[in-house]
Design a protein around this ligand. Structure first.
Ligand SMILES: Nc1ncnc2c1ncn2[C@@H]1O[C@H](COP(=O)(O)OP(=O)(O)OP(=O)(O)O)[C@@H](O)[C@H]1O
Length: 243
């Protein structure tokens, strides 16, 4: 279980980005986070793997308090938590397979990481992850040769290579057209249903959130104003979230 307790984030001693966030996300849930621009969606997601260090409160994964971990402990727990960015976060000049292999780095010693030493098993896992997103034939192409949707599929394959328990996705379809956005959302759905990976995803498209997520969290000005089933998200509640 992923848990946030009394979470608070203040940037630069002046901008209150999150306050009083209490959240429990059970194993295998598919949770969408919605809210206006600046409501704190990215901050919340980034707190969940300490990309942003909360000003106050606690983040736990399966009862391990992330903020009390050593850097080695944090490195180990971060491989259980994949992160997908809106802008894909790939190395453009590297091949697709080399990008996917980056997902294996958290299993390597610092020496192996530095010199990018991968085993046969790593290559097999990377290849399997690429076939999962139907991109095996692009394996040796440079990442910058791919379309946006293909790049996001590579990012998903890279994350799957980590063998994560949780996937955090920050507006992963915001730069994509509708059809491609649905295709990418289907991959998240499959990862959730077939691999039982917990998904927390920021979406500005409420329709997408209602279609794919079973639970929705609504943020407004850094506070949690809705937490319920997708089917309970009425127009009145939406007005409250976005007013
Ligand atoms: N690195 C930062 N330094 C200072 N302030 C920040 C930083 N990141 C975010 N903020 C501020 O914190 C608040 C919440 O921002 P956040 O990016 O989490 O919201 P969001 O809901 O994800 O917005 P968007 O949908 O536009 O990405 C905003 O007021 C924002 O300006």
């Amino acid at each position: 279980m992923l848990k946030a307790e009394n979470l608070k984030v203040i940037y630069d001693n002046k901008t209150l980005a999150l306050q009083d966030i209490n959240l429990k996300v059970g194993h295998g849930e598919f949770v969408g986070i919605i809210g206006s621009s600046g409501s704190g969606k990215s901050t919340l997601l980034k707190c969940m793997n300490l990309l942003v260090r909360p000003t106050g409160g606690k983040i736990c994964l399966d009862d391990r308090d992330l903020m009390s971990l050593t850097s080695k402990g944090l490195r180990e727990i971060r491989r259980e938590i994949g992160f997908i960015f809106q802008d894909y976060n790939l190395i453009d000049r590297s091949t697709v397979i080399d990008n996917v292999l980056i997902g294996r780095l958290s299993y390597k010693t610092p020496f192996q990481s530095l010199f990018r030493i991968f085993s046969q098993d790593d290559y097999e896992r990377a290849q399997k992850a690429l076939s999962y997103v139907a991109l095996e034939e692009k394996m040796y192409e440079r990442a910058d040769q791919l379309s946006g949707g293909q790049k996001q599929r590579v990012a998903i394959a890279k994350t799957l290579c980590q063998r994560p328990k949780v996937m955090l996705a920050d507006e992963p379809v915001a730069s994509l057209d509708q059809a491609t956005a649905h295709l990418i959302m289907e991959y998240f759905r499959r990862a959730n249903q077939k691999k039982n990976i917990t998904i927390l995803i920021n979406l500005h498209d409420v329709k997408l959130a209602k279609t794919y997520c079973s639970r929705i969290i609504g943020l407004k000005k850094g506070s949690l104003v809705f937490d319920g089933k997708a089917g309970e998200l009425t127009d009145d509640i939406l007005k409250r979230i976005y007013a």
